[in-house]
Ligand binder design. Structure first.
Ligand code: SF4
Length: 354
């Protein structure tokens, strides 16, 4: 425990800590009242704002926590936002909310709340030990959170080591704590009941509407509208096999599910695609699709790279675009096909895709 169970401001600022959970359970808050009583309208409204801000990639706003009542509203709004995410159950939304809370924590730990860095790191099992002006950590703790970071500077190979420990500065320790908070919030959601769903119906409808529009926008910005003409030959062949009721190997099914999901199809639309597979078993297929797309799991699986597709023998009918030296991924093919034709003068030498 961090020792701030009697400091409402800190409970509101770090609402995912054991202290905050203990405060909630020992104060016997009436969940039914929080969800339905007009006295808690501000809590529900703030909970919804938390979710909407994370979806719109906005900061959660500077919190004006002047008194214990405002701190309580802030803390309870966190609980409400998590319940909304749990009821809606959309992986994109859950991850955005978790990432936003993680980023806010990082800002606070780099700002006025830097004294909370080490205690918070300990709470998430990082256990930093002072090492001069830096800290040293067990490499297992380092790897647990750094493995999500893509930049090469996080590779274990490039770390300063001391007797089997990894040495990190304050900024990097803060980044690891941010990741720990993000993972924690993304992987654990509170259970919900039909009563919760019904009580929050209005707020959930508003969030769901915003979610759908942001997803469409996001998809348009990254991959454009779904266009079968842009599918790479491997995916077209797998789809042809499915449509002709041929048996598709398991890796082929995995690849097509991840691909269709990545270009914006919902699990339900993907399910429809599979309904003509010869050994189609509705419940099993639905489970697999929802698992791969992250609807019922904490992982949204990625589309396999071309090298993986090749090693499984499902890189079917590669064409001239596939033969480009930079073509490493079926989604690169899809993005490249969606680009507008270049000006005549530049046609001879296509740029590498970004
Ligand atoms: S090279 Fe890549 S994109 Fe082209 S068919 Fe093979 S796996 Fe698909």
């Amino acid at each position: 425990m961090l020792g701030f169970e009697n400091q409402p401001r800190l409970l509101a600022i770090f609402p995912y800590t054991a202290e905050a959970r203990s405060y909630i359970s020992s104060n016997n808050f009436d969940l039914d009242a929080i969800l339905t009583n007009p006295l808690f309208e501000r809590v529900r409204e703030k909970g919804k704002e938390r979710v909407l801000s994370s979806l719109r990639d906005m900061k959660l706003g500077e919190q004006k926590l002047y008194n214990s009542e405002e701190c309580k509203v802030e803390l309870l709004s966190f609980i409400v936002s998590r319940m909304m995410a749990s009821v809606i159950g959309d992986r994109f939304l859950i991850n955005r909310l978790a990432v936003t809370e993680g980023k806010v924590a990082e800002e606070r730990l780099n700002g006025d709340y830097s004294s909370m860095l080490v205690p918070l790191a300990r709470e998430f099992g990082i256990d930093p030990q002072p090492w001069g002006d830096d800290y040293r950590l067990k490499f297992t703790a380092f790897l647990k959170y750094s493995s999500k970071m893509r930049s090469p500077e996080w590779k274990l190979l490039y770390q300063k080591m001391d007797h089997g420990y990894v040495v990190v500065g304050k900024l990097r320790l803060t980044r690891l704590v941010e990741q720990a908070i993000t993972d924690y919030l993304s992987e654990r959601l509170p259970p919900y009941t039909d009563a919760i769903r019904n009580s929050l119906r209005r707020e959930i409808a508003e969030v769901t509407e915003a979610l759908e529009s942001i997803k469409k926008e996001y998809q348009r910005d990254t991959l454009g509208e779904i266009e079968p003409a842009r599918y790479p030959p491997c995916m077209r062949e797998i789809l042809r096999q499915i449509q002709n009721s041929e048996n598709v190997p398991q890796m082929g099914r995995f690849a097509i599910v991840t691909f269709l999901h990545a270009i914006g199809m919902t699990p339900e639309q993907i399910f429809e695609v599979f309904s003509s597979v010869p050994d189609f078993r509705a419940e099993k297929t639905r489970y697999q699709i929802e698992h791969i797309t992250g609807k019922i799991s904490s992982t949204e699986y990625s589309v396999p790279e071309c090298s993986t597709m090749k090693s499984y023998g499902i890189c079917h009918n590669p064409d001239t675009l596939c033969a480009q030296p930079w073509m490493k991924h079926p989604l690169t093919y899809y993005k490249q096909k969606g680009k507008k034709p270049r000006a005549a003068s530049r046609k001879q030498q296509p740029d590498k895709p970004r």
